[in-house]
Design a protein around this ligand. Structure first.
Ligand code: KIV
Length: 277
């Protein structure tokens, strides 16, 4: 694979030059390979895997072991893209020591380049400790799915001036605490634009408008493999689920009617050997 491994400096340089940063989620080896091959700057092993890969109703049940399992597959399939591992719910809230230990596991045991964790000013002490331990941290503010219940559901955040100001303050505090990048989910585009302008570090938006320094979407939404619901901010570039169903139906029918395997799929035996059977 040509090209070089993307670094935090490369991402920062993109912001400085006004070039957009690309991010896509991936949860397995083949998808990571595809994401890497098209030259995506960053690959997020999001805890969204709980919903799109494991069938949970939310990201809350996802465990460290599940995250590490998927992160290992993704880093095996990635050559150049910068890989972020998402810290699951309760892996960084219980104590700072536990948070540092768990963050370290993403790098040591799964080969990730950094971690991502949800929260604003209230998680800055945790961010500082993880960064001091040598693990780069990306923050995630706005709609934070792990605490959606506390936020009274999956709702746009920062819609009034007071909550918007809180988001701006959180972003500034997180930058000061040492995060190298911030994901902003489901916030008004004006708020995201203000944060992006006021921070030195890059911002990545998902449902946060076009003024962010980059964009992220969930792979299964982009390729039409998650059919339970589609958020407003998603653009589906291809609808694979019906195509896969058609292929599977055709295979099933051909097996049932005996037209698969055809002669081209069969290993013939040497005639002399066949006579000895
Ligand atoms: O888990 C995830 O995929 C995420 C993105 C939606 C940003 O956090």
């Amino acid at each position: 694979m040509p090209g070089k491994k993307i670094t935090i400096s490369d991402l920062q340089e993109k912001k400085n030059k006004g070039e957009k940063i690309t991010m896509m989620t991936a949860y397995d080896y083949p998808t990571a390979g595809l994401v890497d091959q098209v030259g995506m700057d960053t690959t997020l092993v999001g805890d969204s895997l709980g919903m799109v890969m494991l069938g949970y109703n939310s990201t809350v049940p996802v465990t460290m072991e599940e995250m590490l399992h998927h992160c290992r597959a993704v880093t095996r399939g990635t050559k150049n893209s910068f890989v972020l591992g998402d810290m699951p719910f309760m892996s960084y809230q219980v104590s700072v020591e536990k948070a540092v230990e768990n963050a370290g596991r993403f790098m040591k045991e799964a080969g990730c380049d950094s971690v991502k964790l949800e929260g604003g000013s209230e998680v800055c002490h945790v961010v500082r400790a993880i960064v001091d331990a040598g693990v780069p941290v990306c923050a995630h503010i706005g709609l934070t799915p792990q605490t959606a219940t506390k936020l009274s559901g999956f709702r746009v955040q920062g819609k009034d001036a007071e909550s918007a100001r809180e988001l701006v303050q959180s972003a500034k505090d997180l930058e000061e605490a040492g995060v190298f990048m911030i994901v902003m989910e489901c916030i008004p585009d004006l708020v995201a634009a203000k944060i992006t302008k006021e921070l030195n570090i890059p911002t990545i938006g998902i449902g946060a408008g076009k003024e962010c320094d980059g964009q992220v979407l969930v792979y299964h939404d982009v390729v039409g493999l998650f059919e339970r619901f589609t958020p407003k901010f998603v653009k589906r570039y291809v609808n694979l689920a019906p195509q896969i169903r058609d292929a599977l139906t055709q295979y099933k029918e051909e097996v049932e009617e005996g037209t698969f395997p055809g002669p081209e799929h069969i290993f013939a035996m040497n005639e002399e050997e066949a006579k000895k059977l």
